[in-house]
Design a protein around this ligand. Structure first.
Ligand code: HDD
Length: 704
């Protein structure tokens, strides 16, 4: 079996115009053009002439530059990379790309939001798509995943309903990219199967810090089939090596205005910097005979398989190492489909999955203008394609020969079907039943896993969910719908329902309810994730009059820990230290904000800090970072800025003490110290923590 190198796909995708950068400008017919700035006119002040074929071609092409955006997942961002298996998976699946750890299978990943239009903001509260195309030697395999392991509905026939309800309302197209409106919550209160997904949607999962810090889940139950034809049910997981981290809501909302491209910029920059995002592929495997072992139905897409019941086996790793050359050609034209499977991967009867198998190709036929979009380079498999499909809009292949049917004798029936040992053979599941339009009784428990999820949240995560209810349902106009939300979530947890009611002007439940589920699933809490300082970003506030050795020692320590930083000052240009050395400013208070960083550091120097103290923007920067629970550090006179801010409840280094570190709730300060490394290491520990939720109680007091 030949080995596919990631480069072969790259070469195939790289028929870029860059190779011909020095060739002259031509029309699409290859005719060289001598002037593209003036149209052909009858006299310099006369009318434009119809015979100006260059003008007509240029404008016509421009007029047709747009294609319909995806009906959902319109806003996305993609990157190339490769996947490598850890060990042969022969026992469970015959899929070739999961056998040989030395094979690098090329991949293309597209991350997306679901609800917003192509031009909407990255940081809205929403599910994120996480779709991966594996260009395997047996054909393309698409793992079309989300960052939440379950879904809103149980049957695909309700997909148009849930999407219509959550999209902007039809009469005025408001609100954009948001679930905080009447039609969505009207759908929710009338569709109790959504309750579990709503818990996840209102959790921190729906406002990720980065695509690099997000899990992926195949959601639906699939099957692995081995060479002997034995099947296992399987759920797919992506686990980011940087851990799973989120923004806070206030930050997410502000970012939507100040940097609507926050997530795509973060991914682009990381890949450009050589900090290649990595995700482990995990599988939960269940023997066919264990199908009915749980108190939920494994075909129900509103349920996850708790990792404590079915452990996730890590089977390989994906690395994203190359940005796209052209957004439209690659990210916009890529077409994923959960039905793109390779031998060894098969479907289950999950009714949501069954419906998805119809919908993706159907939508792509119109979005990509006909049946030949598999020929677009980003969609084209590296495996050879031979069949009798012909013609249609935009056909690229020049098929040779006279036969385009089977059987034929004129060309020995070529292309011949492959032998069963290598061809795709569907799993021979025995299926019998009456044709009915009803749901299985085993799908009718809507609340128990919602309670399990709620029980699994840490106190700050619970608080965030309640605040999200207050925002989302608080934005609903109908009092009736608001009350019904309280009543619906009283089925999940009585205390939760009371807390929702308190913030939205509704009546708390008279009989606090719940499901009686008292267990939890620690794996779903982000508090139990990996915490690392690498690739985090620090804002350094400085003006002229800083101490050069002090700031550079901190900068060196941050760099040593794989942390990035930017110098923020009132003006762009250079700032000068007390001993006359200069540092270049990266951003001003106008071109950036605290919400774009993971932490902030205020450096010392009397004159520097006196300037900072006179700037409301600098004080606001500290307040906002504190409110958003980020690590904050200050050295020497820099501590004065923290003292002048609204920071509460933490002791700051005292001016009279020498080199004594003060560190509490992620606020790290030191005075009268010459060696900054001790301080920097403590700050780095604080940055690795991601957020310091111990400040949650002070949050409401901070004016930011
Ligand atoms: Fe879907 C796009 C993931 C349910 C119908 N879906 C789309 C994308 C992702 C998902 C990641 C974006 C692909 C890209 O980047 O181009 N969808 C999911 C997951 C689901 C799910 C994990 C739950 C298990 N989807 C789902 C259902 C239906 C669809 C039930 C319809 C019956 N999804 C679509 C679609 C899209 C799509 C309308 C829009 C653009 C496209 O397919 O190509 O057909």
């Amino acid at each position: 079996m030949s080995t596919i190198h990631e480069n072969s796909k790259n070469d195939q995708l790289n028929h870029s115009k860059a190779d011909h950068a020095h060739d002259p400008l031509t029309t699409n017919q290859g005719v060289r053009v001598s002037n593209t700035d003036d149209s052909l006119k009858a006299g310099t002040r006369g009318p434009t002439l119809m015979e100006d074929f260059h003008f007509r071609e240029k404008l016509t092409h421009f007029d047709h530059e747009r294609i319909p955006e995806r009906v959902v997942h319109a806003r996305g961002f993609g990157a190339h990379g490769y996947f490598q298996a850890y060990a042969p998976m022969t026992e469970f699946t015959k899929a070739q790309f999961l056998q040989d750890p030395s094979v690098k299978t090329p991949v293309f990943v597209r991350f997306s939001t679901v609800v917003g239009s192509r031009g909407s903001a990255d940081t809205v509260r929403d599910v994120r798509g996480f779709a991966t195309k594996f260009y395997t030697e047996e054909g393309n395999y698409d793992l079309v995943a989300n960052n939440i392991p379950i879904f809103f509905i149980q049957d695909a026939i309700k997909f148009p309903d849930v999407v219509h309800a959550i999209k902007p309302e039809p009469h005025n197209e408001i609100p954009q990219a948001s679930a905080a409106h009447d039609t969505f919550w009207d759908f929710v209160v009338n569709t109790p199967e959504t309750a579990h997904m709503i818990m996840w949607l209102l959790s921190d999962r729906a406002i990720p810090r980065s695509f690099r810090m997000m899990e992926g889940f195949g959601v639906n139950t699939f099957r692995f089939i081995n060479a002997e034809g034995k099947a296992h049910f399987v759920k797919f997981h992506w686990k980011p090596l940087l851990g799973v981290h989120s923004l806070v809501w206030d930050e997410a909302q502000k970012l939507a205005g100040k940097d609507p491209d926050f997530h795509r910029r973060d991914l682009w920059d990381a890949i450009s910097n050589g900090e290649h995002p990595e995700y482990e592929l995990g599988v939960q495997l269940l023997a066919e005979e264990d199908e009915f072992k749980f108190d939920f139905d494994i075909l129900d897409p509103t349920k996850f398989w708790p990792e404590e019941l079915v452990p996730v086996k890590k089977i390989g790793k994906m690395t994203l190492n190359r940005n796209v050359d052209n957004f439209f050609a690659e990210t916009e034209q890529v077409a994923f489909h959960p039905g793109h499977v390779v031998p060894g991967i098969d479907f289950s009867n999950d009714p949501l999955l069954q419906g998805r198998l119809f919908s993706y190709l159907d939508t792509q036929l119109i979005r990509l203008g006909g049946p030949n979009f598999h020929e677009i380079p980003i969609n084209h498999p590296v495996a050879p394609v031979h069949n009798n499909q012909r013609d249609g809009y935009h056909r690229m292949t020049i098929d040779k020969g006279v036969t385009s049917y089977s059987p034929n004798s004129l060309q020995n029936n070529m292309p011949n079907p492959a032998p069963e040992s290598v061809g795709y053979v569907h799993y021979a599941e025995k299926v019998e039943g009456q044709k009915v339009r009803t749901r299985s009784d085993s799908f009718k428990d809507f609340f128990r896993q919602a309670t399990l999820f709620w029980n699994s949240m840490s106190p700050p995560e619970k608080q965030h969910i309640i605040e999200a209810f207050h925002f989302e349902v608080g934005s609903v106009m109908s009092k009736d719908i608001k009350q019904k939300v309280v009543d619906l979530f009283n089925h999940v947890d009585g205390q939760l329902a009371s807390q929702i009611a308190a913030g939205i002007g509704a009546v708390p439940p008279t009989n606090p309810g719940g499901t009686g589920v008292t267990t939890s699933s620690p794996a779903v809490s982000q508090e139990n994730t990996i915490k690392l300082p690498q690739t985090r970003k620090v804002a350094i506030l400085a003006e002229s009059g800083f101490n050069f050795p002090e700031i550079t020692q901190v900068m060196d320590s941050l760099t040593g820990a794989g942390i990035h930083f930017e110098i923020i000052s009132k003006n762009l240009g250079m700032i000068t230290s007390v001993d006359g050395r200069q540092i270049e400013v990266n951003k001003t208070y106008l071109t950036t904000a605290s919400i774009k960083y993971d932490a902030v550091y205020v450096t010392g120097g009397r004159q520097n800090v006196d300037i900072l103290l006179g700037q409301g923007d600098s004080v606001h920067f500290i307040n906002e970072a504190f409110k958003h629970a980020k690590a904050i550090g200050a050295t020497n006179e820099g501590v004065d800025l923290l003292a002048a801010s609204s920071i509460q409840g933490v002791a700051l280094a005292d001016p009279s003490t020498t080199a004594q570190l003060s560190s509490a709730l992620g606020v790290v300060t030191i005075r009268n110290a010459s060696d900054m490394n001790f301080f920097a290491q403590e700050l780095i520990k604080g940055i690795a923590q991601h957020r310091h939720w111990g400040r949650q109680s002070q949050k409401g007091m901070i004016p930011a």
